[in-house]
Design a protein around this ligand. Structure first.
Ligand SMILES: NC(=O)c1ccc[n+]([C@@H]2O[C@H](COP(=O)([O-])OP(=O)(O)OC[C@H]3O[C@@H](n4cnc5c(N)ncnc54)[C@H](OP(=O)(O)O)[C@@H]3O)[C@@H](O)[C@H]2O)c1
Length: 329
């Protein structure tokens, strides 16, 4: 088998021949067709991630076909791999053994991967391989944040920040699918326009000083706010939130939150909620929602694995809206 491995920090990815994998009882050997990139892959390459072990095979998102006959799956069946490893026994939060797939466990950017049966799921039939590869990590994170943690219903008005992001785009698709009204922020008008074309109601640039005021006036305020940025903009989220609003944070792209008003927090009875990835149960619920509404993840660009370093550079540039996919096949 071959795998896209990071040999050392700050180095290009190398496509290397590796020892073939042998599944044990209860494990599934998957021949990977497509993988996708996440911020995490860049952070690992740049040495900005905890507990890096090298060399490592990157990649948390993957779709492929089952190679070995198992109790649950037929040979040749198309499957999606859950990016959460060893979530643990509680649905409230991950346990101590929890890991994200792709370092230290060998990831999806390889011709083959072995996963426990419980972390492999039937792939939604309406998705192409490229779309399926775009779903797992971003979809799982958006699903848990919006539904499990944020208790989103169709009656909620939703704000999603940084709509160019992979999780944010999936959040838009999932929330609009259930009938919620969704507004967005972005650093790019083009991305706001695309979000509106995908079902969003409107948006504002987070690069303006008063985007919070503009959005509050235009929308009337938000019940659920999905945020991957943090940073100084977080205070504007508290301003645009409706009384009793739920602000769910899953990322910190814009850094630490400089000051937070306790008065605004208690007077508006706000809920500040954190969310990370999701359990296999969240993943199954995500797939049920994707199947029910025939949701199609947004693929920005597909690179062949021979151009994997170009894919990393493109992802790093931040031009994408939706996922950057790597074709392994
Ligand atoms: N907790 C978890 O389980 C989990 C899972 C996945 C990711 N994350 C974290 O979540 C963050 C986003 O990840 P991703 O892979 O979805 O993102 P991504 O595709 O890398 O995109 C990040 C987005 O952040 C937006 N952004 C940049 N500065 C901003 C600001 N000041 N205010 C608002 N938005 C801003 C940009 O939006 P525009 O392009 O629209 O300007 C950009 O597209 C990262 O920090 C990542 O590590 C956490």
């Amino acid at each position: 088998m071959y795998a896209a491995q990071l040999p050392a920090l700050h180095q290009p990815i190398e496509w290397r021949e590796c020892r073939d994998l042998q599944p044990e009882k209860g494990e599934i050997l998957v021949k990977v067709s497509h993988a996708a990139l996440n911020h995490r892959d860049l952070y690992i390459q740049e040495g900005l991630y905890a507990g890096i072990t090298l060399p490592c095979t990157l990649g948390s998102d993957g779709v492929g076909v089952v190679v070995n006959e198992s109790g649950a799956y037929q040979q040749g069946e198309r499957v999606l791999i859950c990016p959460s490893v060893a979530w643990g026994s509680s649905e409230k939060a991950q346990g101590k053994q929890f890991r994200v797939l792709g370092m230290p466990d060998p990831g999806t950017m390889a011709t083959h991967i072995v996963r426990p049966e419980a972390e492999v799921f039937p792939c939604p039939k309406h998705l192409t391989d490229e779309e399926a590869a775009a779903l797992p990590l971003a979809g799982l994170t958006a699903y848990r944040a919006l539904f499990t943690q944020g208790r989103l219903t169709r009656d909620d008005r939703v704000l999603i920040t940084g709509i160019g992001g992979g999780v944010a785009t999936m959040g838009l698709l999932l929330a609009t699918a259930v009938g919620a009204e969704v507004w967005v922020t972005s650093g790019s008008q083009e991305k706001i326009d695309k979000a509106i074309a995908l079902g969003g109601k409107g948006g504002a640039s987070y690069k303006t000083d008063d985007w919070g005021k503009t959005l509050k006036k235009a929308s009337g305020g938000f019940d659920v706010l999905l945020d991957g940025a943090g940073g100084p903009g977080y205070n504007q989220l508290m301003h645009v939130a409706n009384p009793g609003g739920r602000i769910i944070s899953y990322g910190g792209t814009a850094g630490s939150i400089p000051k937070l008003s306790p008065q605004k927090l208690f007077w508006k009875q706000l809920h500040l909620i954190g969310s990370t990835m999701g359990s296999p149960r969240d993943f199954a619920a995500l797939l049920a929602l994707v199947n029910k509404h025939e949701i199609r993840p947004l693929v920005d660009r597909v690179f062949p694995v021979s151009e994997i370093n170009a894919a990393f550079d493109y992802f790093r540039s931040g031009q994408q809206q939706g996922k950057v996919v790597v074709s392994i096949g």
